[in-house]
Write a protein that binds this ligand. Structure first.
Ligand SMILES: Nc1ncnc2c1ncn2[C@@H]1O[C@H](COP(=O)(O)OP(=O)(O)OP(=O)(O)O)[C@@H](O)[C@H]1O
Ligand SMILES: [Mg+2]
Length: 156
């Protein structure tokens, strides 16, 4: 099972973000792969707005993680690009960010693969000019259920 779609401009990315926000629920981990500037942060930002985050959503490039709380749900947005060593995952205490009920987005997961918690969706973005090809691979039962939900909503 895999889902793919093409987003031909920012507007399409925003619509897709809405679809994602309607398909996932608490206790969910999404990794996002793609080149520098592929649109990982842009997509996460739009998903967060649809989940109810108010105010600015900054890229966690320098802070490594930006936490939010919406309706009692903890949302954590990671960017591991600046890791020099996967062990920084442990040194940064990141395991503690995966408490019950959180929703986590992880950019540059390849920087700490060995330490990542179990992932529900692996999402990949491929760039062609302003078009972004998105691929989602579910990695858990919940991930598959939520992806089925996404395809149902997308079909309406
Ligand atoms: N269809 C599209 N969807 C998303 N972003 C787009 C699209 N077309 C162009 N862009 C632009 O691509 C850029 C994506 O930047 P963004 O910071 O989201 O990338 P990133 O993958 O998070 O990079 P990094 O690896 O540096 O964190 C933005 O400037 C955005 O405006
Ligand atoms: Mg980014």
């Amino acid at each position: 099972m895999q889902y793919s779609t093409k987003l031909s401009n920012i507007h399409a990315t925003k619509e897709f973000a809405k679809l994602v926000s309607q398909s996932i629920s608490a206790n969910f981990v999404i990794t996002l792969k793609g080149d520098l500037g592929a649109g990982k942060t842009t997509l996460v930002r739009e998903i967060l707005y649809h989940l109810g985050v108010v105010g600015s959503v900054k890229s966690p490039t320098y802070t490594l993680v930006e936490p939010y709380i919406v309706n009692d749900i903890q949302i954590n947005h990671f960017d591991l690009y600046r890791f020099n060593d996967p062990d920084e995952w442990i040194e940064s205490g990141f395991d503690e960010y995966f408490a019950n009920n959180c929703i986590c987005f992880i950019e540059w997961p390849e920087k700490a693969l060995a330490y990542l918690p179990s992932v529900d969706w692996q999402l990949q973005i491929i760039v062609e000019d302003d078009t972004r090809s998105i691929e989602i691979n579910p990695k858990s039962d919940k991930g598959r259920q939520c992806l089925t939900q996404l395809t149902k909503i997308a079909a309406h």
